[in-house]
Ligand binder design. Structure first.
Ligand code: GDP
Length: 206
């Protein structure tokens, strides 16, 4: 059996739901460093959060896009808060509802002093879509430290994988606040999960 990295051991600690917030007023107090997970509905965000912490049912996964309607705060090992954010760009809700969610996401990301990094998930089969690009520009303008995490890499061939990595790297050149390193993951075959754990564990409270 391969030896586990300290980061993957860290991510195997108990992780518990602390709070859900559907409005700015109901956001919990800052208590720990926070990592946010954001992306279009159905990008594979809940699956990724579950894979990171090795639990199947922590964040809900569903075939029904748009199911996560609030920011969910999960405390890992009493040291790091993982924040699962509502998916953006879901067409089948009213415009008012959509803009309320978009506003909540933007207000949280731009005004949270304990936020260490936003993981912006991109479906590897689709690449950077216009709404992702707009979102990245908003993060650039607010100087939010964010990193692109490609999801569902298991669905691509080797050449398609290299191609999407190159395309996304090119798209990042015009985004000043994006971390230059892209992490390619799959919740299905678990590739990239340990790499992401290594990247994020450094932000845990000492
Ligand atoms: P969310 O809406 O972003 O939280 O996405 P979910 O995690 O609920 O996943 C949406 C759909 O994508 C579900 O049908 C998942 O089974 C599927 N999915 C998620 N991650 C992966 C992955 O790594 N590989 C594949 N092939 N499918 C995935």
């Amino acid at each position: 059996m391969s030896e586990k990295s300290p980061a993957s051991v860290f991510f195997r600690q108990p992780c518990r739901f602390m709070a859900g917030a559907a409005t700015m007023a109901s956001l919990p107090e800052f208590t720990h460093p926070e990592i946010a997970f954001i992306g279009r509905s159905n990008v594979g965000k809940s699956s990724l959060v579950n894979s990171l912490v090795g639990q199947n049912h922590l964040a809900k996964t569903s075939q029904n896009p748009g199911h996560t309607k609030q920011l969910n705060f999960f405390l890992l090992g009493e040291k790091l808060m993982l924040v699962d954010m509502p998916g953006y760009g879901y067409a089948k809700v009213s415009k008012t509802q959509k803009s309320e969610w978009d506003m909540l996401i933007a207000n949280y990301l731009c005004g949270r002093p304990t936020l260490q990094r936003a993981c912006l998930l991109i479906d590897a089969r689709r690449g950077v879509m216009p709404h992702d690009d707009e979102f990245m520009s908003m993060l650039d303008d607010s100087a939010v430290n964010y990193q692109i995490i490609l999801t569902k890499m298991d669905t691509l061939s080797k050449s398609e994988s290299s191609e999407i990595l190159q395309t996304v790297a090119d798209a990042l050149k015009s985004h000043v606040a994006a971390h230059p390193h892209i992490i390619a993951t799959s919740s299905q075959d678990k590739r990239g999960i340990e790499e992401l754990q290594n990247e994020l564990a450094v932000f845990a409270a000492k």
